[in-house]
Design a protein around this ligand. Sequence first.
Ligand code: AMP
Ligand code: GLY
Length: 427
Amino acid sequence: MNVLVIGSGGREHALCWKLAASETLGTLYCAPGNAGIASVAELVALDVKDHDAVIRFAREKDIGLVVVGPEQPLVDGLADALKQANILCFGPSRYAAQLEGSKGFTKDLCKRHNIPTAAYERFSDAEAAKAYIRQQGAPIVVKADGLAAGKGVVVAMTLDEALGAIDMIFGGQFGAAGAEVVVEEFLEGEEASFFVLTDGKTAVPLATAQDHKRVGDGDTGPNTGGMGAYSPAPVMTDALVERTLREIVEPTIKALAEEGHPYVGVLYAGLMITKDGPKLIEYNCRFGDPECQVLMMRMKSDLLPVLVAAARGALQPDSVQWKDEVALTVVMAAEGYPGEPRKGTVINGLEEAGAVGGVVVFHAGTKAQDGRIVANGGRVLNVTALGTTVAEAQARAYAAIDKLDWPEGFCRRDIGWRAIAREQQKA
Ligand code: AMP
Ligand code: GLY
């Protein structure tokens, strides 16, 4: 079967790397891809906003499955357009992708189905939102309703901060995504991510993974898309997985199916593990990036038949097996990230880094230029390693990073620290 992957990040490199090993794969295409993906797939310069162009390409190349990596094309309805054209697609419809695309949509769904989440109100008027905030007091959380590239959430520890967030969001910085806000209760606990594959009826939990959102060591500094991740995540015990499935994920999948919009794809739940159990912080309608990289390293099963089964509505409960080993990934970012990253700097030593035992270097924002690999984004490389322990995987990832010659890049030096501390406690 020929497959087209949509996207250009480290997540898509990991998906392509895993799909390339499939026994049933014909030709693998990726649009637009990056310099690393080019080693496992044929890159295609498609404009993914042009649904007709994607459909034409899929027909021309006899594509049996389209796998959509990022959220924006899903929120824009690419899966719907492909379905109408009778092309199999792994990824939710525009309606179902509202789980990520509209925080208000998700909160209302949770309320209707008693899914545990932070108490909240929706507002399209700044004064009403401010009155509510004054009444509730701080700490409190203010969120732009729509997609805001991870920048639309303010966890306000003071009243002034919360009121300022209202002005910022309604100030137009996020365009249509900020036409409405959700104001919600501040939740206390440890955060965890949880992923399932679903065909709209059956949910197959994936291995657990944990990312590191802050840019600096010790989880300090501004939020990013994620500076590293590891799998499994010890915070998600079997009992918590069970409870999250029963109380949060399964009722959501059932609700969408009942509304006539079965969810097909990866459902990613951002959770707060509170003293009263897991509560939903947010949903994403895609694999986490860089969580996907560690999941693909640990997946034993052939990925392609599982994605095809999900897209066809025929997913089997026990269809995914995992390696016992731990995987850990460290993000190398370009100077300036998460602000304006420096582009065009040359990266050397990639081959040496990839030759370290148990290591795969996934590319995120790279491109090939005059026979060299140059940085072309904020998050640029994901140096990913397997190991028997988190400490071993971490040591391998950093050994590989030390082989890279890229002075304009940086990374955190403590990815996995919580899990390693837990390992040391046990030993
Ligand atoms: P989100 O984009 O909704 O995931 O929010 C970004 C980050 O803000 C989350 O990863 C949490 O760290 C934090 N956050 C969001 N909602 C809450 C909440 N209700 N209570 C505490 N922290 C939150
Ligand atoms: N790593 C967090 C995300 O993909 O949203």
